[in-house]
Ligand binder design. Sequence first.
Ligand code: RAM
Length: 330
Amino acid sequence: MSILKNLVGAAALSAVALSAGGAVAQERIALVVKSLGNGFFDAAADGAQKAAEEIGGVEVIYTGPTSATAEGQIDIVNSLIAQNVDAIAISANDPDALVPVLEKAMDRGIKVISWDSGVAEEGRMLHLNPSDTALIGETIIKLAADYLPDGGDVAILSASSTATNQNAWIEAAKEVMPEKFPNINLVSVVYGDDDSVKSTNEARGLIQSYPDLDAIIAPTTVGVVAAAQVVTDMDLIGQVNVTGLALPSEFKQFIDNGASQAVALWNPIDLGYSAVYLAHQLVEGATAEPGATLSIGDVGEITLDDTNSAAMAAPFTFDASNIEEFSKIY
Ligand code: RAM
């Protein structure tokens, strides 16, 4: 893979920017993720690289902190400003904390977009959501409710407590629950920080605190794996259903062993691919403004709403009938 991983700092300054075909890249787009070592972001980086190859003359710098914190991302963005990259496409660990450093980047002429997990409007030129926020919120509750015909107690294991995307989905879920899922009772929301160890401890804590828990909903690909492993290890398969947003390649084993009935997600490869297409168009001079329609290559096009945001396709559900097939793709 020709992606230059975590190339931030002095080394990057002396690196020769090569595009996929070996030609000297004229444009450098940084794909900044919540944290490295997350399979979801690795898949997005594959999509980003695919877009760079299609466009030509574009180098993707795939980078992120080792743990999912805003502080780590601020350091990285400062480094990218020093390297004078052309664009920064960030999945943010906090909607507000990144704004000053991203404003600084934009002041220097760097195009800034957020994708997956947004930053506040003043910190970016546009934001790309993987799917409609209200729809994701409803989907994560429905995934649990579908297997609880008589209702029951559910808990949410989220990512970090400041993650823009998970917080928006949880809010949307809470809003839709009274009307559409009146017999589902949300007993707790805990945060595993997209860290396997912390997510595992939080999942164990939920099971200990709520012995009658019927389902754990983890709207994070890291948390959902940790929760399903805990349910497996504690011999609770059939008692506590684990669901949420999962990468099929990482999660198939837990559909197979019955720790989960079904999960959902969108295509992370398409998401990273689209982020690079959008950043590239801004570098080329496109204007991000309400009503603007921008190409996302093979994936189609998006139209910006009045907050300069757009959403991609509906989430897709994976269960025993199809997870094998999808696990081969992402
Ligand atoms: C994790 C991250 C990411 C989120 C997915 C569903 O990988 O928190 O931001 O979109 O889960």
